[in-house]
Design a protein around this ligand. Sequence first.
Ligand code: FMN
Length: 312
Amino acid sequence: VSTATKIAQKKFDNCIMNASGVWCYDEKELSALDKSEAASFVTKSGTLESRKGNPKPRYFETDLGSINSMGLPNQGLEYYLNFVNKVQEQNPNKNYFVSCTGFNVQEDVLLLEEVKKSGFKGIVELNLSCPNVPGKPQTGYDFETVDMILQTVFENYEGLLGVKLPPYFDIVHFDQMAKILNKYPLTYINSVNSIGNGLYIDEEQEKVVIKPKNGFGGIGGDYIKPTALANVHAFYQRLDSRIQIIGTGGIKTGRDVFEHILCGASMVQVGTALMKEGPSIFRRLTRELEAIMRSKGYEKLSDFKGKLKYMN
Ligand code: FMN
């Protein structure tokens, strides 16, 4: 069986990779991903300047997932572009992703100019789950701003570009967001980012478990798989077929990978479970997915991609 896939005619010999923000902060972590069985890697979301992020503890693991309020610690986009361009030269047959995020549309344009100038040949993932203007929701929940950002971005950038989206929870929001996304030459969407602003509590100490924002943070892991699957499938139903989907959220077994693909994902990303298990997880997930495919008589992803059945 083959778990190979394509994003925008770029070939990947596997469909499983890291999610941005996990095991991708620096050259050392990214090199470990490159050597693993992961199909590719995506960098930590790079900003115009490097950032230290929020005070620690800012990440906490629970039995069912994780909560974090990292505050975008990163080395700055330039660092990631330099590294990925170097790795790309050494591995001309592999394809890589660089994630970036600006705090406003002018910054997004500057980030993409930097990408262009560097000669980057891979795929850009623009993270739209970024704090925006104080008093306004994060960008992904501000539909007019998303529309305006995409309009401006595609006037200024011609390379392959996908967007990372926060989870949506209302059918009307799926409809509205898909209508916006369908207007633009997007390569893919990546659903979902963490479920925002959850609160995990240490009952014994009667206390929060992370320091920033008095304990409020983004939720990943088992908690979010049903939401992630719903977002992948809702967009699969609504987006033009030229816009592919990367499924992220709650993946820790081959079965989870299978379910994301069944809902319409062409590729999947692993966050919390990668944090817990390290890059050897890609070998396990790949073997587990292959075993499921074999047991069902599927040879390739297209045999089941998007083929979720409904009750009639
Ligand atoms: N998503 C981004 O697009 N950019 C980031 O910089 C980023 N940083 C993250 C840092 C941590 C510690 C975690 C746990 C998640 C981060 N995410 C970021 C979100 C993940 O990429 C992913 O969408 C989310 O964790 C859901 O996947 P999971 O259930 O496998 O954890």
